[in-house]
Design a binder for this molecule. Structure first.
Ligand code: FAD
Length: 276
């Protein structure tokens, strides 16, 4: 650890702000023949990366917890707006496309929240970041997408107001890109996650997945009980449908359904009884 201002060889060129942030909190730093005194070492010599990664494990899940708060706020504002804003004679919430936006935002928020909660639970339970690496990578990789999507829908649903600097959404969308880079790029977290997941699986020498392929017994005949419940269309539609099919193919569709539901085997469809 060295003090950036007083340590010989450390030159802070200038602070740089992330776009949208008022003040620069990260710097361009030039290091030239810097010496770190032995008693300033954190951990053992050569283990700085381990120290940094351990610190970052906690940092990443904190980003995720803050993101849960942001997306929940965006979702709450989305719902309130949808229920309040009347256009073309009805509230936004009555329009199906708006309902889909709300459903998608709720789903993403809840899935992400539970992933973060589960990861935090494992962090507490194991007290060892190396055992939670895959979970933390997953949380970190999921975060920018959820924030981007939920905040974008909130912005869109608030119309022109949503884009204004009086609403938080544009900032949240920008923040999602921040979340996709700070403490490591999303792409790299996905690579790490895939590596960890693959470690838990083993390859097979067989050409086909286990339990499949030509050396296995053929699959038993399909359960035909599904045929016993023909789809029920409203009566008027059923008449039209059956009439159209009969005219097209000369095949009496309604009659065929009747026969299938009465006795599948009468049409040559195998049944459980045939298996025995
Ligand atoms: C404000 C801020 C604070 C940050 N704080 C920290 C911090 O405290 N600790 C920390 O460790 N990091 C931090 N970072 C992240 C770090 O500084 C880097 O920005 C980040 O690791 C990406 O490296 P890079 O900028 O050199 O981009 P590059 O390495 O040039 O990558 C650019 C892009 O290429 C793609 N890419 C890169 N590598 C791969 C790969 N292996 N496979 C597929 N695609 C790839 C990704 O899309 C990536 O975004 C911070 C970033 C910002 C913006």
């Amino acid at each position: 650890v060295c003090d950036g201002v007083d340590t010989k060889g450390v030159e802070i060129i200038r602070n740089v702000a992330a776009y949208g942030h008022d003040q620069g909190t990260h710097s361009y730093i030039r290091y030239a023949d810097v010496r770190v005194p032995g008693d300033h070492l954190l951990g053992e010599r050569g283990e700085g990366f381990v120290v940094a990664q351990t610190r970052l494990g906690g940092g990443r899940i904190h980003h995720a917890m803050r993101t849960v708060g942001l997306v929940r706020r965006a979702l709450e504002m989305t719902c309130e707006r949808a229920l309040s804003r009347v256009t073309k004679g009805e509230v936004l919430a009555a329009k199906q496309l708006v309902q889909e936006m709300i459903a998608d935002s709720w789903l993403q928020t809840q899935q992400f929240r539970l992933l973060v909660l589960h990861t935090a639970w494992k962090v507490d339970r194991y007290d060892d970041y190396s055992r939670v690496r895959a979970d933390i990578s997953a949380v970190k990789a999921a975060m920018p997408q959820v924030l981007h999507d939920v905040a974008s829908r909130a912005l869109q649903l608030h119309g022109a107001l949503g884009l204004s600097d009086e609403m938080p959404f544009a900032e949240m969308v920008l923040e999602s890109f921040h979340m996709g880079l700070a403490d490591g790029a999303t792409d790299v977290h996905k690579l790490n996650l895939a590596r960890q997941v693959l470690k838990e699986h083993t390859p097979t020498d067989d050409l086909f997945p286990p339990g499949t392929g030509p050396s296995c017994r053929p699959k038993p005949a399909r359960n035909t009980t599904a045929f016993s419940t023909p789809p029920r269309l409203p009566a008027a539609d059923r008449q039209l449908f059956n009439g159209a099919r009969a005219r097209r193919s000369g095949f009496p569709a309604a009659e065929a359904w009747e026969r299938i539901s009465r006795s599948p085997s009468s049409l040559g469809v195998p049944t459980h009884a045939d298996d025995s």
